[in-house]
Design a protein around this ligand. Structure first.
Ligand code: PCA
Length: 230
């Protein structure tokens, strides 16, 4: 008797999704709350691995590098809190500067120090940020492209991510895609800042699901304006 052949399947590829620990006196960080809800989620032959990053200059990039070495992901999406923003905002560009308005969780407050002294001034995200915004809006999630990730630990890890991907890139080989998304406060955080916008956890989790899906499926970003006059 012949047993039915099991179909040949390739091992699932990995998506690394990172969120940050709380900082700046907050008890929670929406980025970690949303990211950890997606740990193990599978889509299109890829499985999400969630990791928490320290809100510390230097250590954040080291943790990210360790996770990338361990998981060898095909896609890396770093997420962070942008208190005061009303929308989910895929970031367009990471700049080569650390300039802390507040101290990080280790008490460091670098001012006008490069993230990588030998690195270029900036890196663009390699995520399809315009398609992500389109798909988020279509699903009823307020979203816009952002042209600045700030100069704190989020821009720092974003720059560190793109710098590492650039260094690991091999000519002629489809590179690993990566980028950063800032998300608003959770309602329970915004309740302490009357008037501040917020987004429910379920909406944030759905937003990240959409972002991962779009990044896996859309190879070339769409040309649709996401620009600002100033
Ligand atoms: N947001 C901070 C750092 C960690 C986070 O979640 C930022 O926007 O730089």
């Amino acid at each position: 008797m012949t047993s039915p052949k099991t179909p040949r399947t390739s091992p699932p590829s990995r998506v690394l999704l990172t969120g940050f620990e709380p900082f700046g006196g907050e008890a929670i960080n929406p980025s970690w709350e949303a990211v950890r809800a997606l740990d193990g989620w599978k889509h299109a032959g890829a499985v999400v691995h969630a990791r928490q990053m320290p809100c510390v200059f230097g250590a954040a990039i080291e943790s990210l590098a360790e996770a990338m070495d361990e998981l060898k992901p095909r896609l890396v999406l770093c997420i962070g809190q942008a208190g005061g923003r009303a929308e989910v905002t895929p970031e367009r560009v990471a700049i080569n500067v650390d300039d802390g308005r507040i101290a990080d969780n280790a008490g460091q407050q670098p001012v006008d120090v490069p993230v990588a002294p030998e690195g270029p001034a900036a890196y663009f995200s390699t995520l399809p940020i315009k398609a992500m915004v389109r798909d988020l809006r279509a699903a009823g999630v307020p979203a816009s492209v952002s042209n600045t990730a700030g100069t704190f630990v989020c821009n720092h890890i974003f720059y560190g991510l793109m710098h590492q991907l650039a260094q690991r890139a091999q000519p002629g080989v489809q590179g690993v895609r990566g980028g950063f998304i800032h998300i608003p406060y959770l309602p329970e955080q915004a309740a302490n800042f009357p008037g501040a916008p917020s987004m429910a956890l379920a909406t944030l989790v759905e937003a990240l699901r959409i972002a991962v899906r779009t990044a896996l499926e859309v190879e070339r970003d769409i040309a649709e304006t996401g620009g600002l006059l100033h």
